[in-house]
Design a protein around this ligand. Structure first.
Ligand code: FAD
Ligand code: DLZ
Ligand code: SF4
Length: 519
């Protein structure tokens, strides 16, 4: 092939509808896919995440080849693999002497910086195309955000509803309300038994990758035993079908519920496939909308699902690009405690934390409320350094890419941006976890006990947090009122809370270095 167009496809760009592939002719194009050491180790990802990305990449390369595309695929164990995207593109430029490189912008800031150096590094033209798999472009978000004092997902979400026409009745929301979250806060029922999600046996390609990961990344966090992720478009579609058939109906009401040992409840478990490019989020929303019109799922479930995708997912992506690179180092609450070791080992008597960490280790997944109101809430209340919490979340989840992880962790969970994204910190005492889960009944701590050694640690930590951030939070109309409760307690009771929190915090062992980053 004389001077083709070289199309590097990154590991989370696995769709033939990608802007750089769509519309190209097969006899004039070389698709380049690269397994590189740097991507697998910039944080020490959960073993399942590396296996998932490599397996999905290898399957996608096979799909492209079957469809007649020329794919130049660099495997991790290729002898001359340089270990980086830039190094591999340089080698591919030598092999193919392309007349141009067409690449879709990277999802992560770090990688986008590399891509932007390519025009100066390579002798051919380099075109970086926008990633149009998102509903809102970066500039659309910027236009919406600029000049606003506070950015709120709810208002952005309404724009996305109008733009897509999803769940719209003319210019009004279907059912009369934009948001049915108030119907989506059911506590778990005893004996709740959600239908099993679609699970996929590793095939030969996945097994080969699992062996590679075990061999090369054996010191990374997590187990490979329960690798059941969809790794192809067909499998991802099957997982989506099963979700729409069996779980969408109940998705809404139990969205915030947590049950010991039941790791996915009624959640879709589709984030890994969506983030890799195997599923199109807008298509999923249209299917959910159809389920509502067909009477198969109630509005609160369907609206809740649509809001996660065209609301939260789009919003955090826009927010990430709007706030980077500052967001990465934001620490407005000046949190300075080291990440405790138990985030890696799961060895804690807090039953809610131990269960969420177990699921994280076994499945490279924990559901939203575990991430937000258990693991995240603890990190917020204990004042853990944002960079360490960020690295942890980026390392442990199979669906984690910085563009989605960082806004959720730094801004939503830790309030490290000082409230640009969230109107108040998501701080909660043990009561919230007790209401939304069955964890507390068998916990060694007592959720009803507020102070002392037996007390649920979230109880004193909550007041310790509120007390130390009074200057900042008292004026916040959504949370400031709680200070009258604090003041009414009187000094002695306040001291008991603060002493209990301090005694608990003093027991925390800092994590050994080397779990998330090699340095
Ligand atoms: P469901 O509950 O079935 O939700 C449907 C879809 O909505 C998800 O697949 C996802 O694509 C989208 N979604 C839901 N909530 C969010 C959100 N807050 N932000 C963006 N998209 C959302 N999601 C990631 O994909 N990658 C991450 O690295 C990630 N890190 C997170 C860190 C924290 C601290 C928190 C609180 C949330 C994080 N989320 C992340 C969002 C959410 O927890 C996961 O998307 C969800 O748990 C994935 O499981 P699911 O597919 O079953 O989701
Ligand atoms: C997450 C990941 C991993 C572990 N490995 C690779 C890889 O070897 N090659 C690749 O193309 N992509 C990988 N990815 C996904 C990338 O990190 C992802 O495309 C960027 O973070 C997006 O900016
Ligand atoms: Fe978690 Fe506290 Fe309940 Fe134990 S008592 S499970 S620590 S909320």
């Amino acid at each position: 092939m004389a001077n083709p167009i070289l199309v590097p496809v990154l590991g989370d760009q696995l769709t033939r509808d990608l802007a750089s592939i769509r519309g190209r002719t097969k006899d004039d194009t070389v698709v380049l896919m690269m397994e590189v050491w740097d991507e697998a180790t910039y944080v020490k990802h959960h073993k399942q995440k590396i296996a998932l990305v490599f397996s999905a990449m290898r399957h996608f390369a096979a799909e492209l080849r079957d469809a007649g595309w020329q794919v130049d695929y660099v495997r991790l164990d290729d002898e001359d693999n340089s270990g980086s995207f830039t190094g591999e593109v340089a080698r591919a430029v030598e092999r193919h002497d392309p007349r141009a490189i067409h690449v879709v912008e990277a999802g992560e800031w770090r990688v986008q910086q590399m891509l932007e150096e390519w025009p100066d590094k390579f002798p051919c033209e380099v075109e970086i195309l926008p990633d149009d798999r998102f509903i809102a472009s970066k500039s659309e978000f910027r236009d919406w955000a600029e000049g606003r004092e506070a950015l709120r997902m709810e208002f952005f979400y309404r724009e996305m509803r109008r733009k897509t026409g999803l769940l719209m009745d003319g210019d009004k929301p279907v059912g009369g309300e934009w948001n049915y979250d108030k119907d989506n806060r059911e506590s778990p029922d005893d004996g709740m038994d959600p239908p099993e999600r679609a699970k996929f046996e590793p095939d030969d390609i996945t097994r080969e990758v699992i062996d590679l990961v075990e061999e090369q990344f054996g010191d990374h966090f997590g187990s490979l035993e329960c690798f059941e992720w969809p790794v192809t478009r067909d499998e991802a579609e099957e997982a989506a079908d099963r979700f729409f058939e069996d779980r969408l109906e109940t998705f809404g009401p139990y969205q915030d519920a947590m049950v010991h040992g039941q790791d996915d409840l009624y959640h879709s478990m589709l984030s890994t496939s969506i983030n890799l490019g195997l599923l199109d989020p807008l298509d999923l929303c249209r299917r959910a909308e159809q389920a509502y019109h067909d009477g198969k799922a109630p509005l609160n479930s369907v609206e809740g699902f649509v809001r996660q995708l065209i609301g939260w997912r789009e919003y955090v992506r826009g927010f990430y690009w709007y706030c980077m690179p500052d967001l990465e180092s934001a620490n407005q609450l000046n949190a300075q405690r080291a990440l405790p070791e138990f985030y890696w080992t799961g060895e804690t008597d807090m039953r809610c934390m131990a269960d969420a960490i177990r699921s994280t280790r076994e499945n490279a997944h924990a559901h939203h409320i575990q991430r937000l109101m258990v693991l995240g809430n603890f990190a917020l209340l204990a004042g853990i350094r944002p960079r360490e919490v960020q690295d942890w979340y980026l390392a442990v989840y199979a669906d984690a890419y910085e563009w989605v992880e960082l806004p959720n962790v730094a801004a939503m969970v830790l309030y490290a941006d000082g409230g640009k994204l969230a109107s108040k910190p998501y701080a909660a005492s043990g009561n919230y976890i007790n209401k939304m889960s069955n964890y507390c009944k068998e916990c060694r701590y007592k959720v009803s006990q507020k102070t002392g050694e037996e007390a649920c640690p979230f109880n004193p930590l909550y007041w310790h947090f509120m007390h130390r951030h009074r200057d900042r939070l008292e004026a916040n109309h959504r949370i400031g009122r709680i200070y009258s409760t604090w003041d009414r307690m009187g000094e002695e009771r306040q001291r008991e809370y603060l002493d209990s929190a301090k005694a608990f915090l003093d027991t925390l062992e800092p994590a050994a270095k080397g779990w998330a980053r090699s340095d």
